[in-house]
Design a protein around this ligand. Structure first.
Ligand code: PMP
Length: 390
């Protein structure tokens, strides 16, 4: 990161890990095509397969269950495009789940219901009859056909709130649904075990855990349906055609290995995140930590400052040298209240006043001190201006 800057936007993207950079640089010289049978091809193939093992190991999956993609957006889209009769999801999902699901509903290709039962902490409420209830409320006659999917994120990108996924997945599977989880923000921050979660599909993105942008994976349970989502050659077991992005995949593998090693020290990141919240409370006691009472990722906090505007706070903090984001800033430039905070029932004015501070394994006490100083300065100016206007 640049000198004098404090980067606290790891949920938007994590800085490239040195291990990932080294693996990518080395892979740039792997001359062969992984599909070629000659020595050069076999060398490139080995790079891809080693990375597949590392990615699988990070989430407790088998290497054969990992399908490399161009990122989690593609992985999420691929799952939703499997030809489901009915899809159940929540309003707190990432846009890369919500948008394709809404399009399927709009085009009449699937019955899609959004569970409204998100408690004020941001945790989904579920019951044994979750699916029947959901489809009973969607205004159509009868249930959808038998091919049904529940998609529930493991952890939220804005609040860090972790969902009781294993329990929800069990309930959904008991009702005959397949289960997908977007585990993009959870992987590398908390232990993720594909098999123990009881899900059929799991999406990952390399750049959230210190790998390069533009590569990710869909983990698919053995035997779960996944038609080819990019047609062409036979790559990725005929699911995703196209010559593999070998350097990016190598970087993903190295980042996954390093992230797995770093999991043991995430309590240090959690302590830094707690200090961010304590500093905020000390300076602005009225600030609200969204989802504070729920189980959360160790690295994420969503802080709403009543009376403030998140965009203004982000710009002011940026000028003070600190990078954070307003709501979901992956598609930056987006203005307006976050759909996640709205779905949690946060009052709209408060939802528009929420910033996200997200840390990572390289964050330090110095970063927290720089943030605290900038926060004090920015909020002081803000309240002086508000007093002047009043
Ligand atoms: N899901 C979640 C929860 C995310 O935070 C993101 C990244 N903003 C994505 C999916 C999309 O990932 P990618 O950038 O790899 O397409």
């Amino acid at each position: 990161m640049s000198v004098g800057r404090t980067y606290l936007d790891w949920n938007a993207t994590a800085p490239l890990r040195p291990e990932a950079r080294a693996a990518m640089v080395a892979a740039l010289d792997a001359a062969g095509n992984p599909s070629s049978p000659h020595a050069e091809g076999r060398r490139a193939r080995a790079v891809v397969e080693d990375a597949r093992e590392e990615v699988a190991a990070l989430v407790g999956a088998k290497p054969a269950e990992v399908v490399f993609t161009s990122g989690a957006t593609e992985a999420n889209n691929a799952v939703l495009a499997c030809g489901w009769d009915g899809i159940v999801l929540t309003g707190i999902e990432h846009e890369s789940v919500l948008a394709p699901a809404r399009k399927l509903a709009c085009d009449g290709h699937a019955r899609v219901v959004e569970l409204k039962a998100i408690d004020p902490r941001g945790v989904v409420e579920y019951g044994a009859d979750l699916v029947d209830e959901a489809f009973a409320c969607d205004g159509s006659d009868g249930g959808p056909g038998p091919f049904r999917l529940l998609s529930l994120q493991l952890a939220n990108n804005e609040t860090g709130v972790v969902q009781p996924l294993a329990a929800v997945a069990e309930a959904a599977r008991a009702q005959g649904l397949k289960v997908h989880t977007d585990a993009v923000q959870a992987a590398g921050r908390i232990a993720v075990d594909f098999a123990a979660l009881g899900v059929d599909y799991l999406s990952l993105s390399a750049h959230k855990l210190g790998g390069p942008k533009g590569v990710g994976a869909l983990v698919v349970r053995d035997g779960a349906r996944l038609p080819a989502f990019i047609a062409g050659g036979g790559q990725e077991r005929r699911r995703r055609a196209g010559t593999e992005n070998v350097p990016a995949i190598a970087g993903f593998g190295a980042a996954a290995r390093a992230a797995a090693d770093d999991l043991a020290s995430m309590h240090r990141v959690a302590a830094l995140r707690d200090r961010v919240e304590a500093e905020v409370k000390a300076v602005t006691p009225g600030a609200v930590v969204v989802g504070a009472d729920a189980e959360r990722l160790p690295n994420t906090t969503s802080i709403a400052l009543p009376g403030a505007n998140a965009e203004t706070l982000v710009i002011a903090l940026d000028l003070a040298g600190v990078a954070v984001s307003a709501g979901a800033a992956c598609s930056s430039g987006k203005v307006g209240a976050s759909h996640v905070l709205e779905a949690m029932g946060l009052e709209p004015a408060l939802a528009r006043a929420a910033i996200r501070v997200s840390l990572g394994c390289a964050s330090s006490a110095r970063d927290v001190a720089a943030f605290a100083e900038a926060w004090a300065q920015v909020t002081h100016h803000l309240s002086a201006r508000q007093r002047a206007v009043a």
